[in-house]
Design a protein around this ligand. Structure first.
Ligand code: NAD
Length: 421
């Protein structure tokens, strides 16, 4: 028996499980990955910013246990779904994880249970995709026999903000469904924010991520425009940031990364077509952001040229494989795309990342799995700083004297041959 079961113990589901357990609930974690479940059974965390001590505390107290057995869902009062929502190879929504999870829940669903979807997805998924699967598999009816809600995850890995301080949006299939979900999350967050229905909560989450994608595209474009004019974009952003209203700083980089911002906006683009609508800003932002690794490679070319070198045969060390500072999440990282382009041109590419000693198996990047981080040394023709990990700010690049291309304005001790990208 458990107060709540969390399905999908990844970057979202594991911290959420620990938050529920820390809030005094008994939590059952369910994941199809046997290795993850076994690791948790040994009270060990597999996510860099989730301390092993936090897992050990709740396992020891008996408030958290992980399993691969979905039949155990029957014993939970509430079931929260945190499985992946990637894109297919054709960049359309891949709901297969949500659908198979809903089928598994449906087989074990019982009267009175609450089911909440947390995975980011297009408006209409909870009531139009999850609900019919649950109802068909269980013979029960949402809103009458069981409760169904959508509550988006707003986790920001690496951000010290406390989980409890992040307001939780909640929409339900019925008002009572929403109230049940508010009761659950009210145990672990200070503020729940009820919205009219599941679609509104789904749409709000997409707005948050589209807002980031579009604004990052804007500064990425301005980076190129201002560079051509001899103006430093970083100084411009710092200057504009002194305005106390109506401006929010976004920063340019080598492209978009992570499981959310490069992917989620296209869930809406796909769904909008069904209504005869185009999402032009989303598509344009996607084009600009995905072109960024190509611009970085052009700067790399310039830097090597200044050394009398070609890309072919050049030994290049990429600094930072994670998509954002001081986390171990490398999903959709633009560093991989830079690596791919450079290797296709014959460069000898290595990477350094203090948080990713080895490239783990994943849904993508099969060709480079198992590759290991190498030390930062003078054995390279060029460094490319891709991720603003804290250690790179302090690092003494000046002494090593290897030319550096900095995509993040992060190096504080740059070498004399220094380039911005
Ligand atoms: N990572 C973030 O920062 C973040 C932030 C907000 C929202 N989200 C959204 O949350 C969702 C989950 O993202 P994530 O980053 O935690 O993904 P993840 O890949 O880190 O974790 C997903 C987990 O689900 C498990 N899983 C897959 N299919 C399963 C099944 N059928 N049954 C049981 N377990 C299964 C996987 O083994 C994995 O452990 C996505 O929709 C994502 O867009 C992520």
């Amino acid at each position: 028996m458990a107060d709540v079961a969390v399905i999908g113990l990844g970057y979202v589901g594991l911290p959420l499980s620990l938050a529920f357990a820390a809030g005094g609930l008994s939590v059952l974690g369910v994941d199809s990955d046997v290795a993850k479940v076994e690791t948790l059974a040994k009270s060990i965390s597999y996510i860099g910013h989730v301390p092993t001590s936090a897992v050990a505390d709740v396992v020891r107290d008996g408030r958290f246990r992980a399993t691969t057995d979905v039949a155990e869902l029957r014993g939970a009062d509430a079931i929260v779904i945190c499985v992946p929502t990637p894109l297919t190879a054709n960049r359309t929504p891949d709901l297969t994880y949500i659908e198979s999870t809903a089928r598994a829940i449906g087989r074990h669903l019982r009267r009175g249970q609450l089911v909440v979807l947390e995975s980011t997805t297009y408006p209409g998924t909870t009531d139009g995709v999850v609900r019919p699967i649950l109802e068909q598999a269980s013979g029960l009816s949402a809103g009458r026999d069981f409760h169904l809600a959508f509550s988006p995850e707003r986790e920001d890995p690496g951000n010290p903000i406390r989980f409890a301080d992040i307001p939780k949006l909640i929409g339900g299939t019925t008002d009572e469904c929403r109230r049940q979900a508010e009761r659950l999350y009210g145990r672990i967050v200070k503020k729940t924010v009820p919205v009219r229905n599941c679609e509104t909560a789904e749409a709000a989450k997409l707005l948050e991520n589209i807002f980031r994608s579009v604004n990052i595209a804007l500064v990425n474009e301005l980076k190129l425009v201002y560079a051509a004019m001899g103006i430093d974009i970083w100084e411009v952003i710092a200057a504009a940031s002194t305005k106390p209203f109506g401006f929010m700083a976004f920063h340019p980089g080598p492209g978009l990364g992570g499981h959310c911002i490069p992917i989620d906006p296209f869930y809406l683009s796909w769904k909008a077509l069904e209504y005869g609508q185009r999402t032009r800003l989303i598509e344009l932002a996607g084009e600009i952001n995905t072109a960024m690794p190509g611009h970085v490679v052009a700067r790399i070319n310039d830097a090597l040229n200044d050394s009398g070198l070609a890309v072919r045969g050049a030994r290049i060390l990429l600094l930072g494989l994670a998509y954002k500072p001081d986390v171990d999440d490398d999903r959709e990282s633009p560093t991989y795309e830079i690596m791919r382009i450079l290797e296709s041109k014959g460069a000898v590419v290595a990477y350094h990342d203090p948080h990713i000693p080895t490239i783990r198996p994943g849904r993508t990047h099969h060709a480079v799995q198992g590759r290991r981080s190498v030390p930062i040394s003078a054995d390279h023709d060029l460094f490319v700083l891709c991720t603003a990990h804290r250690m790179y700010a302090e690092f003494d690049f000046a002494t090593l004297a290897v030319p550096l291309v900095d995509c993040r304005n992060a190096a504080r001790n740059p070498p004399s041959r220094f380039y911005r990208a």
